[in-house]
Design a binder for this molecule. Sequence first.
Ligand code: ZN
Length: 208
Amino acid sequence: MSVKRIFCIGKNYAEHVQELAHLGHAPDGDCVVFMKPASCIVPEGELIPLPRNRGSIHHEAELVVQLTGGGRDIPIDEALDCVAGLTLGLDLTLRELQTELKNKGKPWELAKAFDGAAPLGDFKPYLDQDLQAIAFTCHVNGSLRQHGHTKDMLFSVARQIHILSQTWALLPGDVIYTGTPQGVGPLQPGDHVVLESPAIGRFEWRCT
Ligand code: ZN
């Protein structure tokens, strides 16, 4: 199934919210919803084109789910019926630019929706795994940068689907980047990024 729209959830792991607070992003107790165009996707094996001279580009390793659709106003207890597949992806972020935009009260697209900002693994079928029991890691050049577990999400995947469906009629192919755990950090040209989860698989990219 091709990707229809990319929804992203921000501030969904408490320890990541804390690390952003050190960068001047005040926690407010709510999750953030934003979007990226599907043209941001970098499939596994393709080079990630890092923007030049725009400040640091942070990796945010995330569980990503794809939906069968579902429409509007999906109850939380029916939300997981809409999940078609799961994978891992990177929500790449121009961090200083994001801080500047936040501080000015401006939208985030320039920092979050640039070309190449959504490296995305191949989707594996959703087989009723517990989506709140998935561990995953992000290694850069062999060093562990992020080690997350979806039990630490502030907003479960089901709740995210419910929230999104209050604003959008969810369509087949829509995907959700479900937020990143702590450990975000910069990427450089030439870096080798590996996302891995025992429950999902292993995906890798090279940055240019
Ligand atoms: Zn993110």
